[in-house]
Design a protein around this ligand. Sequence first.
Ligand code: NAD
Ligand code: BDP
Length: 270
Amino acid sequence: MTKILLTGANGGVGRRLRRLLPAFYPNLRLSDLTPPDDLQPHEEFVAADLADLAQVEAAVAGVDGIIHLGGLSTEYDWADILQSNIIGAYNLFEAARKHNVRRVVFPSSNQAVGFYPRHRRLGTDVTVRPSSRYGLSKAFGEAVAALYADKHGLRTLCIRIGRVHDLPEDERRLALWISPRDFVQLIRIGLEHPDIHFDLVYGLSSNDRSWYDNTRAYELGYSPEDRAEDHREHAMAEQAKLVRNPLADRFMGGRLCTVEYSGDLERSGT
Ligand SMILES: NC(=O)c1ccc[n+]([C@@H]2O[C@H](COP(=O)([O-])OP(=O)(O)OC[C@H]3O[C@@H](n4cnc5c(N)ncnc54)[C@H](O)[C@@H]3O)[C@@H](O)[C@H]2O)c1
Ligand SMILES: O=C(O)[C@H]1O[C@@H](O)[C@H](O)[C@@H](O)[C@@H]1O
């Protein structure tokens, strides 16, 4: 039976996927720095720091596919991003190669292209414009995925996630939202679709206001069950509680673009 490793299993998305994935992948191994508080007796857990190749190899040994959620999920100091996301992503793919893992799904982020202004519509062939050191690390992860596909035959799907959550949390996330079950559908494409070599898709549910052209996901058979606009009222009510930030509102990456910003507004993201 296919054995799948879920890294970052103790995080926000990981906790949601632990509930949804066993229906498709009953033979699931979880990994993170520390185990979830509510680890169940039937769940297998292997602790591993992504920055430590030997630990990552121990977590990866014996699996057929990996969903790599582990790592820092927002902006941090370079030293931290370097360890968890840059060295961590490299270690994950290198361990996969050494242990003959066939498939890796890499959750990238809209933050890899976060400095594009919102009037643009992006396909998957645009130059990266990271919002932050975090976004930069996601662009690096996409590049590592491409290298290991082309050089070593690992089949990889990168999913530039908008925002995985139960509901869209504000106006920006209304344009970016993907429900956990639609995210699982994209993961299954990454782990199972026969045509995957190196592919890149956007992680969005059905979305009328999207900034992205997600043709490749639909070509691969993606058929989202959820629609962001159905939750418009909730998102806009949440938005009304927030203070507007004109710089954040200009770019797809929102507030992460504003962190430590000292750029030229006339030129940023153009
Ligand atoms: N939540 C979203 O909507 C969203 C959007 C875009 C991309 N992503 C990506 O999806 C993944 C999961 O996101 P999340 O919201 O669950 O993040 P999260 O921060 O809640 O969880 C990440 C997990 O990774 C673990 N981790 C961090 N550094 C590690 C290390 N050095 N070694 C081992 N484990 C380490 C953490 O302990 C944590 O449990 C992340 O890679 C994130 O960048 C998430
Ligand atoms: O852009 C966003 O809103 C999201 O981007 C993802 O990469 C981050 O992991 C998440 O924390 C953000 O909420």
